[in-house]
Design a protein around this ligand. Structure first.
Ligand code: NAD
Length: 247
């Protein structure tokens, strides 16, 4: 039987339009914890309290405690890993047309990926809900020492990361672009997603329905493994590092 890594290499070299779909697992090796599973954030912080929009508005302090203790230290220290770099190289080589990401950490862009469709926003941008001024992580972290929960230094409005909270809609244009990329690709590679969050999890079956080959690289099995041409239950960087190795 053919070595699955050789098969993946062949699929990648034959493809004209690859789309990658990244989830929290691709950033686990960069030190950003996933939500679910061993070491997942949700074992210690209740997502219904910090990431549900009405609860956030009722008690922003719970979110900002989570930000101070978990999110800020992880993001401040995180660097893209070989899996992020491999996707950036595939785009540079003209093989990959887009990264669709559920992630909110900006690491695909930091690795050099240009076309990144962020379905859930980006937690590195924090905006005032009143005057729309945007602040960086560091600016808001500094503000925490003066005011808790932090408010907008300009107008004292409520600050909120530009991410999609539970109870909010996904950005329509980004979703439409993601669907278009999915329908037009010939190889769809899932990297580090449990494939349980909708509507993002609807994209891999859509790609297959339109005739693309599906590859899933996720440490744990997913409910969509049976749809995949190849499914790797390994670390993302070990697998992707072999198809687009560092120069
Ligand atoms: P998830 O937490 O549901 O699943 C992550 C998956 O990654 C798991 O199934 C796990 O087996 C796998 N995994 C862990 N380490 C891996 C590795 N080294 N290599 C390959 N796979 C690995 O994540 P999800 O499917 O992205 O969905 C949950 C939501 O979590 C998304 O909405 C996303 O916005 C959010 N999230 C994002 C970040 C981030 O931006 N880095 C972090 C946590 C959660």
């Amino acid at each position: 039987m053919a070595d699955p890594r050789d098969e993946l290499q062949q699929l990648v070299s034959e493809a004209n339009r690859i789309v990658a779909f990244t989830g929290a697992g691709i950033s686990a090796e960069s030190g950003i914890p996933t939500y679910r599973g061993d070491g997942g954030v949700w074992n210690t912080y209740d997502p219904a309290r910090y990431a549900e929009i009405s609860n956030f508005l009722a008690d922003p302090g719970y979110y900002w405690s989570f930000f101070r203790e978990v999110r800020y230290p992880a993001l401040r220290d995180a660097e893209p890993n070989p899996a992020h770099h491999a996707l950036a190289r595939l785009e540079e080589q003209g093989r990959l047309s887009a990264v669709i990401t559920q992630n909110i950490d900006g690491l695909n862009q930091e690795a050099g990926s240009k076309r990144v469709l962020e379905l859930h926003g980006n937690t590195r941008r924090i905006a005032c809900m009143t005057c729309n001024e945007v602040y960086t992580l560091d600016e808001v972290h500094d503000r925490l020492d003066e005011v808790f929960p932090p408010d907008c230094p300009k107008c004292n409005g409520v600050l909120k990361p530009q991410v999609v909270f539970f109870g909010e809609s996904l950005p329509m244009q980004v979703l439409e672009d993601a669907v278009r990329e999915t329908r037009n690709c010939d190889l769809f590679i899932v990297v580090g997603s449990s494939l349980v969050v909708q509507p993002a999890a609807a994209l891999p079956p859509m790609a297959v329905q339109e005739g693309a080959k599906l590859v899933i690289i996720n440490r744990d099995p997913t409910p969509q493994d049976q749809l995949a041409h190849l499914a790797f239950h390994e670390n993302a960087s070990d697998v992707l590092g072999t198809v687009a190795p560092s120069p």
